[in-house]
Design a protein around this ligand. Sequence first.
Ligand SMILES: [Zn+2]
Length: 714
Amino acid sequence: MNNYKRYLVTSALPYANGPLHIGHLAGAYLPADIYVRYLRLIGKDVVYVGGSDEHGAAITIKAKKEGISPREIIDKYHASFKETFKKAGISFDIYHRTSEPIHHQTSQDFFRILNEKGSFVKQTSEQYYDEEANQFLADRYIVGTCPKCGHDDAYGDQCEKCGSTLSPTELINPRSTLSGNAPILKSTTHWFLSLDKAEDWLRDYLEKGTLDGQPHHDPGEWKNHVSGQCKSWLDGGLQPRAMTRDLEWGVDVPPEIEGAAGKKLYVWLDAPIGYISATKQWAIDQGDADKWKKYWQDSESKLVHFIAKDNIVFHCLIFPAILKEHGGYVLPDNVPSNQFLNLEGQKLSTSRNWAIWVHEYLNDFEDKVVNHVDVLRYNLTRIMPELRDSEFTWKGYQETNNNELVNNLGNFVNRVLVLTQKYYEGIVPELDTSLDFIGSAAPDEAGNYEAELGKIYSKLQAYCAAIEGYDFRGGLKAVLEISSLGNQLLQFNEPWRLIKTEPEKVKQILHLSVQIVAALSVACRPFLPNTSDKLRQFLNLDLVKESGELSEILTVLERGEPLVATGHTIGKAGHLFSKIGDDFINEQLEKLQNAAPAEPTFEALKEEATFDDFTKLDLRTGTVVAAEKMKKAKKLLQLTVDLGFEQRTIVSGIAEFFSAEEVVGKQVVVLANLAPKKLRGVESQGMILMAENEKGELGFVSPQDGFGNGFTVR
Ligand SMILES: [Zn+2]
C-alpha cells in the first residue's frame, strides 16, 4: 500500500442514455469515493476521475426513437449525472465527458500509435446490415438469442442476462433494433486489435501479477470473481477484436489513415481512454498541463478502476492491452469490481422501472429523512455487493437507520454533547487518571485512560486495513464499533447517576467520550461526509479537509494523547439522524410497486410426463375456415376447422379475446383425438391449443405460415 507515491482512481463512465439508480451508486461510485476520501485522509496524493460515456449505439438509437439529436441526449444526462454525483457526495476531482475535443484527440492519438505499431489487423468480413436503415449492425444495433444462455434479447456485443461477450454473428435469429428486420450480410473493413498476441503476457499479468517479468501487483488482492472471469476468458482463448465501427456518432478514425471514411472508434476503445483525457483536462484546470503524466506514466503511480462486474473484460483485458500496446502507461494495480445490487427481491431494471433513482431520492427526501444523503450512503455501503450480489430493501434501510445510525451513533454523540454542556458548560473537563472507572469493553473491566485510547487506535487500524483491502463494509463496521465502545463506556459508568456521588469520575468519562466523538468525526468521513461536518461543528473543531487528518489522529492516539484538549469549548448538539417510521417505508414500497409493471408470473411445472403419455395425444395442424358466436354464451365461438382429411366442428372458449371474423383463416393446432363433448347443444370434436399468460390473456399456437392441414404435431 505504501510503496506507491500517488494514486489515480477511476469510476466507470456512466452511459449517457438514462438516469442513475442505487445499483450504479453502490457498484462503482460509492466504493471509489470511500477509497479516495480515505487516501486523502491518510495524506496520499490521489486524483479521482470520472465522466460521462457519450458515444455508442444506445445513444443514437434512443435519439432516433425520441426524434432528437444525440447531442440533446448526452447534454441532458451529462448535466444530470454531474448534479447527482455532486449531491451524493461523490468527490471527483474532475467529472469530464467523452464528447469533448480533448477526448477525441486523445483517443485518436492512441489509435494512430497502435496503428503505426502494427497492433491492429485490418480485416474485411461480412457483417450484418440493415437494408431499410442503410446501416451496419454492431453492438446494440442488433439483438438475438444468446447462444450461451438462450436469453432472447442479447445484444450484438454482450448478453446482459449471462454476461457473455458476444459478436453479432454468434446471435441466433438476429434482428435489427432499428427496423426489427432480419439483417443481410454485407462486407466491410475494420481494424481488429490482436488480443490473441497479448494472451501470454495478459496471463502473467492477471494470474501471477507480473509484467515484463517484474512483480507488478499482488494478484491475491484481487477479488475472486474478477480473477475468475479473467481466467475463463484467457482459458477460452482470446480472439482479435474489432476496434472500429461503421457509425455516424463517435470518435472518427483519424482521417489521414487509409479507409477511415465513415469509420468510428469502437465505444469500448474510446471510453476507458476517457479516464486519461479527463486527467489531462484536470491537469490543464490545475494550471500544469503536463501534470497528468505522472499519474499515468510513472511506475510509482497506482491505478485502480472501480467498476461493476459487467465491465470486467474491458478493464482487465482490453484496456490493459491497449495501454501496453501503446507503451509508457501504468496498468491497473487492481480492478475491485462489485457484483450486482438487487432491489426488493428482483433485479434492478431501467426498462421495467424497477429502481430507486438516485436523483429522485436526493431531491425528494431532503425534507423527509434527516441527513438523507448519508443515510443512503450508509445503507448502500452496509449492503455493498462486494463479493456477491446483495439486496436493498426499504425495511433494511429503515432498520439500519433506526438501529445503527439513530440508536448507536446518533445516540452516543448526543449524550456526550448534552452531558458535557450540562455539567461543564461545554468545556472539555480536566482529567484525573488516578480515578477508577469501568472500561468500555465489559462491565467488569477496570478502566484505564490510555487503554481506552488504545482501543480506538486498534479499531482504526482494523478500519484502515479493511479499506485498503477494498472491504468497505468492514471499514464501516469498524466505525460503528468505535461508537459502540463509546455507548458502552456511558452505559457501564452511568455518568448521569455518578454525577451525584462521584462527580470527579464523570470528568474522566466525558473527557474520554469527547475523544471518541472526535475520532468518529474523522473515521466516518469516507462513508458519511455530511455527518463528519456536523460532528466537527458540534465539537467546535475545524472541518475535515481530507488532507492527512486520519494519519494525524493515529499518531496522537498512538502516543496515548487526547485528540481534543482539556479546556476546549465544544459547540451545541444538533440533529444527526432521526427515526424513520413505517408509513414512510410503506409509501416507498407502494410507489415502487406502482411504478414498475408486475413481473410475469409462471405456473409451476406439472408432474413429469413420459413420452408414452405424450404420444397418446393426437395433435394436428388445421385452419379455421368458419366461425360464429354461440348464442347466449359470452365466451364461446363455434369454429369449423379444416384438418385436411376432414372438417370438424369445435367449440372454443376464446370469444372474450377474439371475434368470429378475426379467427377465420387462423392456422391452429388441434387436439384431434379428444373425446367429443356437447357444449350448449353443439358437439365439439376436439380442442384448439391456446397459450395463456399470467393475466389470463389467450394467444394462438400456430404452425408456420402456409404449413398444410392435417399433419401430426410431435
Ligand atoms: Zn446469455
